[in-house]
Design a protein around this ligand. Structure first.
Ligand code: PMP
Length: 429
């Protein structure tokens, strides 16, 4: 077995340097089970951040589904197969009635790429509206529409066909107050009117119903509903990116867009869908899928293969039978309540926000100026790791602690997390 330092050396030699490693002192994780990870020395960590392993690490029913189907058959989608049609039926039944058709892909990026292509094909326009600090994936087409990347290190700025609406952040956004959604909608209207004047039309508005990399942002009341309405009035296609927030994570609903009282034209899903297996999808209406079917075949070597579909079905079943959406609601509400209490004792906490088990804790040096406490946030997650809890930091100022654990997180885990956070805040000033 390779030592930790030899693994590190080989990684530095053979893995491209653009891949990042978490923590100043990297972890060598060798096992996972439920909401826990174990390193090579047998140290146990509470996983409060890996939202991909949605139903828990190494869930036996997922493992069983992979094993059984791998032993039987794995081919592409050009043959009739029972698993793919059953899975497509079960998956689309989770959406509002008209969203009944799906395409299977292998990553959130592939799904968003396809969603953009559908919107651009149908509208004959390339103009795309996005939110400030949004991230939608790593392909070239998605870097072009992700301000998180194109305005970040190594980025080359905003392309002319991309239009960025300021991040609708109730805590530190451009507009604040109870009616602040109107400021954003006016700006959206300006963008759409300008495009119409220039005869460019609009292809799509793509949005995460709760922003992840943008800093765990829950929109102001009425923002998303009004935004979809105005985009549709101008003929644009509304795409909801549920890659991070879907499959019951938000607790009150199965999909995050449902909490905003909207029905998107296209929805993209991924990450948690295969519990770590590369499985993702684009879901849309029959009408849109038929209009996109213009003669060019959609072929995907791996997307929708029987092994992937067996895994996807197992994940859907586990969410339902283990009542994980209800758990996200119950434990998430309890955790948010505990974190809000913590805010009363620690002025470094500027804001606590979230839905279900998708939570952000924004750290500031001063509650009045809201100066971002990014060094402190980095220090915090490193200390928390030493205490046996895994978290991450994100947002445009790198000062938002992200909490998005496997949905099997329990009450005791929530209390342990909050107690350790409380102790750690004393050390990071
Ligand atoms: N959309 C969102 C909102 C994401 O957070 C991500 C990944 N972090 C993606 C798309 C891209 O997914 P993938 O890494 O599977 O390509």
């Amino acid at each position: 077995m390779l030592s930790q330092s030899n693994i590190y050396k080989l990684r530095m030699k053979h893995i491209a340097p653009s891949f990042s490693i978490s923590y100043d002192d990297p972890l060598h994780i060798v096992n996972g089970r439920g909401q826990y990870l174990y390193d090579s020395k047998g140290v146990k960590y509470l996983d409060a951040v890996n939202n991909i392993q949605h139903v828990g690490h190494a869930h036996p029913r997922v493992v069983d589904a992979i094993e059984k189907q791998s032993k039987k058959l794995n081919v592409n989608t050009r043959y009739l197969d029972e698993l793919i049609v059953q899975y497509a039926k079960e998956l689309t039944e989770k959406f509002p009635e008209k969203l009944e058709v799906c395409y299977f892909t292998n990553s959130g990026s592939e799904s968003n790429d396809l969603a953009l292509r559908i919107a651009r094909t149908l509208t004959g326009s390339k103009e795309t509206i996005v939110l400030g600090d949004a991230y939608h994936g790593h392909s070239s087409a998605l870097i072009e529409i992700s301000p998180y990347k194109f305005y970040g290190d190594g980025g080359s700025g905003c392309p002319s066909f991309v239009h960025v609406l300021p991040r609708p952040d109730p805590y530190r956004g451009k507009y604040v107050g109870s009616d602040c959604f109107k400021g954003y909608i006016d700006e959206l209207d300006d963008i759409l009117r300008a495009l119409k004047r220039e005869n460019k039309g609009v292809a799509s508005f793509i949005v995460e119903p709760i922003m992840g990399c943008g800093g765990q942002i829950i929109f102001p009341n009425d923002f998303l509903h009004s935004a979809f309405k105005v985009v549709k009035e101008y003929g644009g296609i509304c795409i909801a990116d549920e890659v991070q927030v879907g499959f019951g994570r938000v607790g009150s609903h199965y999909w995050a867009f449902e909490t905003e009282n909207v029905i998107p034209d296209i929805i993209t899903v991924g990450k948690s869908m295969g519990n770590g297996h590369p499985l993702s999808a684009v879901i849309t209406t029959r009408d849109i899928a038929d209009r996109f079917n213009n003669g060019m075949e959609y072929f995907n070597s791996f997307g929708g293969n029987p092994v992937s579909c067996a895994i996807g079905r197992a994940v859907l079943k586990i969410i339902e039978e283990e009542r994980l959406q209800e758990n996200a609601q119950k434990i998430g509400s309890y955790l948010i309540h505990l974190l809000q209490d913590l805010k009363n004792n620690h002025s470094i906490i500027g804001d606590v926000r979230g839905r279900g088990l998708f939570i952000g804790v924004e750290l500031v040096r001063d509650r009045l100026t809201k100066e971002p406490a990014y060094n402190e946030a980095k220090k915090l997650i490193n200390i928390m790791k030493e205490k046996g809890i895994l978290l991450s930091v994100d947002g445009p100022f790198n000062n938002v602690i992200k909490i998005k654990p496997p949905l099997v997180f329990n009450e005791e885990n929530a209390e342990f997390l909050v107690n350790e956070l409380s102790e750690t805040f004393e050390f990071i000033r």
